[in-house]
Design a protein around this ligand. Structure first.
Ligand code: ZN
Ligand code: ZN
Length: 304
């Protein structure tokens, strides 16, 4: 079962020849999500073999241009390609005004419905839920209202111990209940799910922390996550600049990952002044061990 992240762009603020502005694509068990949409994201989706037309949910963390200016082009392309199914957008509410103004000026409307959901910048909020997955937004600390996003698989069904089916004469209905952690009664005998099932797949999780200054308030929202993406716009030498512009350094990103008990940290949103990401990993490694520096096209599969 897939839980795969693709980095479409890992640059901060200004696009460079090596790094597009921020955007990520997430495929979780054939559900397709786009996180932020910096300019050029639609090209990156094609370049890195993502399911361009299958994305139904788009999450925009904040309204700095490096995180959303690609959205107008992407939506326009989907419309030109004849998309009919709705798109759900989760973003600061002002984005809807921008989209409306753009459509009014260009005299165009999309072929599909846009379902718009305004983000809450005061508290963590559940944005989406289905039978296998929950998605939450959580406020971070940036120069404009900004949210991170947490993608979390639900607790999976337990696995039935095969030999118990015959031994106890379990029917399909009983098995279904037991796998869902319900006890049942077969031939007058009560059966506890814990006695006849074993743990199923572990639920996996991914946290995208968007643009933020170092802020320990983020930690409870992302506690025990499998993979955390935390921006590291600057190296430690520009710690003061990071604080002033409400961004983070690699060491600060690693400190959040450590205190959140994350299993892995992906660093990104690198300032265009740095052409080499090795120094980011080197600095962060003094705090946290399992670190990767993102690059455009980087794919990572979170395993069960
Ligand atoms: Zn940014
Ligand atoms: Zn920003």
């Amino acid at each position: 079962m897939k839980f795969e992240l693709t980095i479409l762009g890992c640059g901060g603020a200004i696009p460079t020849l090596e790094r597009n502005p921020t955007s990520q694509y997430l495929n979780i068990q054939d559900r397709h999500f786009l996180i932020d949409c910096g300019e050029g994201s639609q090209i990156q989706l094609r370049k890195f073999n993502c399911k361009f037309s299958k994305i139904d949910h788009i999450f925009i963390s904040h309204l700095h241009g490096d995180h959303f200016l690609g959205l107008f082009g992407y939506l326009s392309t989907l419309s030109l390609l004849g998309r009919k199914s709705p798109i759900n957008i989760y973003a600061p509410e002002e984005l809807m005004n921008l989209i409306n103004v753009h459509n009014k000026i260009s005299g165009k409307n999309y072929n599909f419905n846009l379902s718009f959901n305004a983000l809450n910048f005061n508290k963590p909020t559940k944005l989406f839920e289905d039978n296998i997955l929950e998605i939450f937004s959580f406020p971070v600390n940036h120069s404009v209202p900004c949210c991170g996003f947490l993608f979390k698989e639900k607790l999976s069904q337990r696995n039935i111990i095969k030999t118990k089916i015959k031994d106890l004469g379990l029917g399909i209905g009983d098995i279904k209940k037991l796998k869902n952690r319900e006890n049942c009664i077969v031939d007058g005998k009560s059966i506890e799910y814990k006695d006849v099932t074993e743990l199923g797949n572990k639920s996996r999780s991914y946290a995208y922390c968007a643009d933020t200054k170092y802020d320990e308030k983020i930690i409870p929202f992302v506690k025990d996550v499998d993979v955390i993406y935390h921006e590291s716009t600057f190296l430690e030498e520009l710690k003061n600049k990071a604080s002033k512009t409400k961004h983070s350094t690699a060491i600060q990103a690693a400190t959040i990952a450590l205190n959140a008990n994350a299993k892995m940290l992906i660093l990104g949103h690198f300032s265009a002044r740095y052409d080499n990401d090795e120094k980011f990993v080197k600095e962060a490694s003094s705090i946290f061990k399992n670190i990767v520096a993102a690059h455009d096209g980087f794919k990572y599969q979170i395993k069960n």
